[in-house]
Design a protein around this ligand. Structure first.
Ligand code: IVH
Length: 718
């Protein structure tokens, strides 16, 4: 994008011919990396830029168009466009656990949530976590109708034709199976098939693949299903989506049913009750791991009884009734070449180690986060030592790096024997490397300790913070504006011409208008083109109306992530009501403040951060300008609209006997109610058990309906 390439108009014929040859080869190479190997080296935006450059040169030099030009290739660059499929039930992910202690915590949390005593045993299943791609396969009246990838969990890609070529997946179910069945599980490639494929590729002088997972993904995401058919893909069934009828009452029973229907299920699946047995099975699977013909990255534990799974329900992204116990991460030795400081959206200065490239578990690692100044010194978040006294991280040090799954690699320890004699302790900057403002560590009021984060005090003055704010604003879970990625934001932010600059979010929405009256046209700038500019404007216009929770999330208020943004959107319903409440909370007292704090899930730290944000005139100005361009939609009424408590604000108080407090809350939320922590004028219903105190008095004061636990069950039955 807008790099040092010669503008197309200035190319000589010779230069044009040479560049077209280069582009034909380069685009073909990237096509193969993307489609053949699922291992792209460049971003989609950069790839598009290559193609646009090719087109622009060809437009100027039509006589030079090559036979092998990417623009000529029939169905050129089959950019995988599979039709979207919305999952009938979301495909969720799993929480991770890493230690035996985490596993005990998980098991205890299940007992606590359900209010069970340790001697009332709860059974769990334990099975390998397959490192492949999850798939949802739907059968109607016994016939396979659709198959979809997980996608973002809500919507996946329709890969039915490809899945039909996988021999291990039955196309039909035996008679007697329910009318609607959705089988979920993992598509993977066996290690032996992967190695054989690579041998064949090497023999043919072709580039080999990186690992079985990526190869499986690449093989599946082929528009031409015959390619999928030629790769041996396999499947393990371990879950389900929509079922018109449940053929079993336990997880283990369901696995047996799936097996009976002809699906491969993992033979190492066990049903166990004691934590020690669960952990022993984890070790056993770990020992078997090297000899298995497929990659696994952990063991999944699930509460066996489906009725209990139902009661436990879900957190925002993952079920409370399951967890993935991951195998230890992979490690390697390398050298810290330098330490860079990155400045984030909230001004946090994050040190990043630039490493001599090294492969860790098959992936090349060149960077590792060093988190903060304490981490470099060897001190953890609570002030504890995480490495031996003198094992601070220095430039030139040989270090052990670790990679676990997809998380950013970490530096674990320093190999002291290899420390260069002239290595000096790293001095953390006292000023922001971007804007030069002071960088400070705040003191935590509660603990009295210095915050681990060093923050730039430049605020709006700091370009890094402003740019990161914009990047957050357009990111996938915020405004998600197609064609406006990180690189484009950098470009627009730096652009000098007033008709091109984007420095704050509202500028995005005035770009087209400013461009209309300008002579400096975006479409003439290298990296853009007429078509892409039109697409960009359309993508921007498509976001002039946006869900309230996305809008709130996009504002980039500290501590307000997606989950909190959803809570806030639900609680206030409209942006106007939300803003009024935030402005009304500035005194940190009064009704609005009280109400904000009574939103279940919103703690004081979050509430304070929001008030801070709304106290800043610059923020209010940006929001005002933004609201002239964008309309946040009123938050949707919550899921279960037909339930008698949908949309009601409920408070539970006193001791509950038939359910635990957590369970009551989760149940009410599933039925579409809001659960508040304290009683206010806006409370609709108080469910009081024995021993209820001041909340009952408040309920009387505000004339709020009070019922007991039996009354609650009666109410939600109707
Ligand atoms: S259960 C609601 N079981 O892991 C929970 N998932 O990190 C549904 N996975 O997206 C998932 N092996 O792709 C489950 N035995 C197993 C699994 C498994 C692999 C994958 C799956 C899921 C991811 C979550």
């Amino acid at each position: 994008m807008a790099n040092v390439k010669i503008p197309v108009d200035n190319l000589t014929e010779e230069e044009a011919a040479a560049e077209l040859a280069f582009l034909a080869a380069e685009i073909a190479r990237n096509d193969e990396l993307y489609h053949g190997q699922d291992a792209p080296e460049i971003s989609d935006a950069d790839y598009d830029a290559l193609k646009r450059r090719n087109e622009a040169i060809e437009a100027l030099f039509p006589a030079l168009v090559r036979d092998d030009s990417p623009s000529r290739r029939v169905g050129s660059a089959p950019l995988a466009t599979f039709a979207p499929i919305t999952h009938s039930r979301p495909m969720l992910s799993l929480d991770n656990t890493f230690s035996d202690e985490d596993v005990r915590d998980f098991v205890n949390s299940v007992y606590r949530f359900l209010g069970r005593l340790p001697d009332e045993s709860i059974a769990f299943t334990a099975e390998p976590k397959i490192d492949g791609l999850s798939m949802s396969i739907r059968y109607e009246n016994g016939r396979l109708t659709t198959a979809a990838t997980r996608g973002d969990g809500t919507t996946g890609e329709n890969v039915t034709a490809n899945v039909l070529t996988i021999a291990e997946i039955p196309n039909r179910l035996p008679s007697g199976a329910p009318a609607v069945v959705e089988v979920r599980g993992e598509v993977y490639m066996a290690k032996s098939d992967f190695l054989a494929l690579n041998e064949k590729m090497a023999a043919e002088g072709k580039q080999t693949y990186v690992n079985p997972r990526n190869t499986a993904a690449g093989s599946l995401r082929q528009l031409d299903a015959s390619v999928t058919a030629s790769r041996k893909l396999r499947f393990f069934a371990y879950a389900w989506g929509e079922m018109s009828e449940m053929p079993a009452a336990t997880q283990y029973g369901m696995i047996e049913v799936l097996k009976g229907w002809g699906f491969p299920v993992n033979p190492m699946t066990k049903r166990l009750s004691r934590v020690d047995d669960i952990i022993a099975h984890y070790r056993e699977i770990g020992l078997a791991r090297p000899d298995l013909d497929y990659d696994i990255d952990g063991v999944v534990y699930k509460v066996d009884e489906l009725a209990l799974q139902e009661r436990l329900g879900f957190r925002s992204r993952s079920p409370r009734w399951a967890t993935a116990h991951k195998f230890p991460a992979e490690q390697a030795f390398t050298i810290v070449e330098k330490i860079d400081i990155q400045v984030g959206r909230t001004g946090a200065l994050t040190p990043v180690a630039r490493l001599t490239p090294v492969t860790v578990g098959g992936v090349v690692v060149t960077n590792a986060t060093l988190h903060n100044a304490d981490y470099i010194e060897g001190i953890g978040n609570s002030g504890e030592r995480i490495r031996a006294e003198d094992h601070d991280i220095r430039i030139g040090d040989t270090v052990i790096v670790q990679r676990a799954g997809d998380v950013i690699p970490q530096v674990l320890d320093v190999v002291m024997e290899k420390r260069p004699v002239d290595a000096v302790a790293y001095e953390f900057p006292k000023t922001c490397p971007v804007c030069g403002s002071h960088a400070v560590r705040e003191r935590n009021e509660k603990t009295g300790r210095l915050d681990s984060v060093t923050r730039c005090t430049g605020g709006f003055v700091c370009r890094a913070q402003a740019v990161e704010h914009l990047k957050h604003f357009v990111s996938r879970n915020a405004f998600d504006i197609e064609g406006l990625g990180s690189k484009q934001i950098d470009f627009f932010f730096e652009a000098e011409d007033p008709s091109l600059t984007i420095r704050t979010a509202p500028d995005i929405f005035t770009l087209e208008k400013r461009q209309a009256d300008s002579l400096t046209k975006l479409e003439n700038i290298d990296g853009f083109g007429k078509v892409s500019v039109r697409k960009l404007y359309d993508a921007i216009d498509a976001r002039r109306s946006i869900a309230l929770n996305r809008f709130i999330y996009a504002l980039g208020i500290r501590h307000v992530g997606e989950t909190n943004a959803k809570l806030l959107a639900r609680a206030y319903g409209t942006y106007a009501a939300f803003e009024e409440a935030m402005k009304g909370s500035v005194s940190l007292s009064g009704e609005a403040w009280h109400e904000l704090n009574s939103i279940d899930g919103i703690g004081e730290v979050v509430a304070r951060a929001m008030v801070e944000f709304y106290k800043e005139p610059r923020n209010l100005d940006v929001i005002d300008r933004l609201l002239q361009e964008v309309t946040p939609e009123a938050a949707e009424a919550i899921v279960a609209t037909s339930s008698p408590v949908a949309g009601k604000t409920v408070v539970f108080t006193g001791s509950l006997e038939k359910m635990t407090r957590d369970e009551a809350k989760a149940m009410a939320e599933r039925l579409g109610a809001k659960v508040a922590g304290s009683v206010s004028k806006k409370t609709d219903l108080v469910v009081a058990g024995p021993g209820a105190g001041s909340k009952l008095d408040k309920a009387k004061e505000f004339n709020v309906e009070v019922i007991d636990e039996d009354g609650w069950f009666e109410r939600i039955k109707s």
